[in-house]
Design a binder for this molecule. Sequence first.
Ligand code: SF4
Length: 288
Amino acid sequence: MAKLSSIEWTDSTFNPWVGCTKIDRPQGAPSACDFCYAESWSKRSGHVKWGNHPRRRTTEAYWNEARKWNARGADFLAERGRRRRVFCASLADVFDNQVDPVWRSDLWQLIRECGQLDWQLLTKRPQNIQKMLPADWGIGYENVWLGTTAEDAAAYQQRAKHLLRIPAVVHFISYEPAMGPIGRLSVRNQVPDWLIIGGESGVALDRTRPTKPAWVREAIAECQKYGVAPFLKQWGRYANNPLVLEDNLSEREAMLIDPPENGKGGGMLDGRLYRVFPESRALSTEAA
Ligand code: SF4
């Protein structure tokens, strides 16, 4: 579970514990939790029961992997010209109310110890962040990026307001799977630093919800309007790709122009890739 990641916007994933409960949305609204990848993984592996069951903490040996990445932080920086990014958590939610607060406190301690890593904490429970922050959070740890998922405009407006009121060196939104237009990025005159965009993948084709190119164009236009870094990760499947949907190419023809190496279902929009990363306020302050 601690490993190099194939997710385009990070380097490694780290799960301090495993297990989660799906988030309810208003009746009829599609939810990013519906086909939770982590739940499918847990059913296959038998590792933990999903939903209102005890979470399972990962082992000390596993936690030590993060310490090893941290110890090699200078080498990573020399090789890549940037710090290692760690996505936490892909099989759980850091701000889950059903987690033992001692575990979360241990995670904050690990994050403090591992100052050479940029921790990307992504949650669907941003309303819990404030009350679950460590006492010394202050204006935000220099090595922690805070993010939330928003699958459409209603989820964005509801969750981004909680996220953006917490000080952090980077605020990010995972608009994945994109299941409707995201609408205006400005919430109470604040915007995130980074918008990750992606179509649904890892689900049987007949169950996959579509992502429309028009929504993605609008989202990128909003990013350009507000100086938000856009990161188009993938279309999820070629049926979503504008080369197929709008230019009427076959999926095979589209693959030749926008290959799967660009992301699942390709990752180009109107002939280009959008793979921009945000600038951390902590680093820009140091450089100034
Ligand atoms: S919040 Fe994330 S990990 Fe938890 S059920 Fe939803 S998709 Fe799965």
